[in-house]
Design a protein around this ligand. Sequence first.
Ligand code: ADP
Length: 266
Amino acid sequence: MDDRWFMKQIVVAGIDAGSSAIKLSLYDGVQMKNVSCPSGWNPKEQAASLLAAALAKQEVITPAYLVGTGYGRFNLPFVTKAMTEITCHARGASYLLPEAKTVLDIGGQDAKAIRIDEQGKVQDFVMNDKCAAGTGRFLQVMANALGLDVAEIGNIEAGADGQQCTINSMCTVFAESEVIGLVNRGITREAIIGALYTSIANRVAAMAAGIQPTPPVAFTGGVAQNQALRRELAARLGLPVITHDQAIFAGSIGAALYAWDALQVS
Ligand code: ADP
């Protein structure tokens, strides 16, 4: 059986080298295939291996154009061109969720809000890459303090037991101490998780206010897998927030689409 993804021989690639994960999208003008792996301690090698493995599946195909994006984009010597993550995330989010007017991306170590037009072009943006509060790292540290991993936290129904508490520290290190203090006072995980979502959503909504977000808002990045946080963001913004099961790939998809455009004009 032929298990190649593409029947066409011309394929372009987008690679998003993030702080937590490398995302790769291959595109033949019709189909988009997305794969990922952890960034690890050597993201350049991780990205090269991910690309080689994906291309091996295609037998003879090599990418005709490769756009790199993300935090680690300048450490990818094999790309044809590097582009900013804001530009690529906007385009990729618009591909996945064409109705989106604003993109809210929460990744491993940054959060960004981008207002976009119908073509996925950036109209305005704001970014927090200075502080871990309101990012995937924050959620990961707090999940660990509760004895959970970042995916497991999403399976616990926040506030289900009716208890309430608040997390007041913005700083991740102090907030972690607060969580440990709450655990030791007998506050339930459900209540603490509810407070964590409120803290993240408040922080991200305050940042997003800077670009006057218009609905609907597309929630992307690894943290967008948490549906309770999506609902909390919608409540804080007072706007509908939608997502997609491939939302973590918005950056690499956007990069692949720009690679395809570049190929058409070259
Ligand atoms: P980056 O581009 O910085 O690598 P990503 O957009 O790939 O970031 O997202 C990675 C982050 O997503 C990780 O820091 C992790 O905390 C978070 N994450 C991964 N899986 C989940 C999940 N199931 N629920 C919530 N957050 C998650």
